[in-house]
Design a protein around this ligand. Structure first.
Ligand SMILES: NC(=O)c1ccc[n+]([C@@H]2O[C@H](COP(=O)([O-])OP(=O)(O)OC[C@H]3O[C@@H](n4cnc5c(N)ncnc54)[C@H](OP(=O)(O)O)[C@@H]3O)[C@@H](O)[C@H]2O)c1
Length: 305
C-alpha cells in the first residue's frame, strides 16, 4: 500500500464513482482522496463507506494539499477541467482528463500510450472515442483513402450524469476532432443517443467508413487484432457481428459490457473510459517507480564513491 502511487479523483458523479471502484483494484495506484462539492452526493457517501479519504472542497482542497497525491483524475466537467488543467500544471501534477474538454493530449492505450510521457494533461477524449479510436486506427491503416467516418454511440440514459448532458456539444466536437486527428480523414460525423429504455440498453457503437483501396481480409484481421488488444483492459469490448462490407462502406459494430462496478453491466460507457484511464495511470505509475528506483540507485552509487 505504501508503495502505491497516490491518486485523487476529482468529481463524485457517475464517472468519478465508477472510477473509484476501479482505482481500489489498481495494482500500483491507491485512492488518496475522492473529491466532490456536496456532502449529500451519492459518490461521496459511497466513498466514505468504503473508508476512502473524502473532501467536498473541490479542486481547492487538492491545490492546498499537494503532497498527498501525484495523479489527478478529473471527472467533473469540460469547463471545470480547462481551469483545473492550468492549476495542476503549475503544481507539476499529472492529470488524466475524463471530460471532453479538448484541452490535453488525446491518448488511447492501444494506439498512442507513449504520448502520455511527454505531457501533464492526458485527454481520454470521450467514452465513444475510446470505443471508436482503436477501430479507426486499425481500419484507416489498411485503406488507401478514407473519405468519411461516422460514429454513432447509443448509451443508456441512466448512465449519463448531469455533466455528461451539459457536455454533449463538447463530446461531439472533441470526439470528431480526435477521429480526424487519428485517421487523417477530414470528414467526420459523431452522433450520440442517450436511450431512456428500461431495462437499460447496453452501450453500442457503430463506426462507418467510406473508403477505398483496401483488402477485406486484411481489414477484418486488423480489427480482430485490435479488439483483442482492447480486451486486455476492457474484457467486455466485443464486436456484435463480423465487419460488414458494402459499396465501399466498412461498418463495424461494437458492444461494450461493463464490469458492473458502480452501475450494472449495461454501462459500458463508464467502463471503457475509466478502464483506459486506470490502464494509463498504471503505466505512468510504473514509470514513476522506475524513475524513483533509478534515482535511488544513483544515490547508492554516489554514496559508494
Ligand atoms: N457518464 C458517461 O457515460 C461519461 C463517459 C465518459 C466521459 N464522461 C464525462 O465525464 C464528466 C462527468 O460525467 P458524469 O456522467 O459523471 O456527470 P455527473 O454525474 O454530473 O458527475 C460530475 C460530478 O462532478 C462534480 N463537479 C462538477 N463541477 C465540479 C467542480 N468544479 N469541482 C468539483 N466537482 C465538480 C459534480 O458535482 P455535483 O454532484 O454537485 O453536481 C458531479 O458530482 C463529463 O464531462 C462527461 O462528459 C461521461
Amino acid at each position: 500500500m505504501k508503495d502505491k502511487t497516490p491518486a485523487a479523483i476529482l468529481g463524485s458523479g457517475k464517472i468519478g464513482t465508477d472510477l473509484l471502484y476501479k482505482l481500489l483494484r489498481s495494482r500500483n495506484m491507491r485512492c488518496a482522496c475522492f473529491v466532490g462539492r456536496r456532502e449529500e452526493s451519492e459518490g461521496i457517501q459511497r466513498a466514505r463507506k468504503l473508508g476512502v479519504p473524502v473532501s467536498t472542497g473541490q479542486a481547492q482542497y487538492l491545490l492546498e494539499n499537494p503532497d498527498s497525491y501525484e495523479i489527478v483524475f478529473d471527472a467533473t466537467s469540460a469547463i471545470a477541467h480547462a481551469e483545473h488543467s492550468q492549476q495542476f500544471a503549475e503544481l507539476g501534477k499529472m492529470m488524466f482528463d475524463l471530460t471532453p474538454s479538448h484541452v490535453g493530449a488525446p491518448v488511447v492505450p492501444t494506439v498512442n500510450a507513449e504520448r502520455m510521457h511527454s505531457c501533464r494533461d492526458v485527454s481520454l477524449v470521450s467514452c465513444g472515442g475510446q470505443v471508436a479510436l482503436p477501430i479507426v486506427h486499425a481500419v484507416s491503416g489498411q485503406c488507401e483513402t478514407v473519405d468519411y467516418i461516422e460514429m454513432v454511440n447509443t448509451s443508456a440514459s441512466q448512465s449519463a450524469g448531469l455533466a455528461t448532458r451539459l457536455n454533449i456539444d463538447e463530446y461531439l466536437e472533441t470526439t470528431e476532432a480526435a477521429i480526424a486527428g487519428f485517421s487523417g480523414c477530414e470528414k467526420v460525423k459523431c452522433l450520440l443517443a442517450l436511450n431512456p429504455a428500461t431495462p437499460p440498453a447496453h452501450m453500442r457503437v457503430t463506426i462507418t467508413f467510406l473508403a477505398s483501396g483496401f483488402d477485406r481480409l486484411r481489414v477484418t484481421a486488423a480489427i480482430g487484432k485490435m479488439v483483442a488488444e482492447v480486451q486486455r483492459y476492457v474484457p467486455g469490448y466485443a464486436l456484435i457481428t463480423e465487419p460488414v462490407f458494402s459499396d465501399g462502406k466498412i461498418i463495424v459494430l461494437v458492444r461494450v459490457t461493463g464490469q458492473g462496478d458502480y452501475l450494472e453491466e449495461y454501462a459500458g460507457n463508464l467502463d471503457i473510459i475509466n478502464a483506459a484511464a486506470v490502464y494509463l495511470g498504471e503505466l505512468y505509475s510504473d514509470n514513476l517507480n522506475k524513475l524513483r528506483l533509478d534515482h535511488g540507485a544513483q544515490e547508492v552509487l554516489a554514496c559508494s564513491f
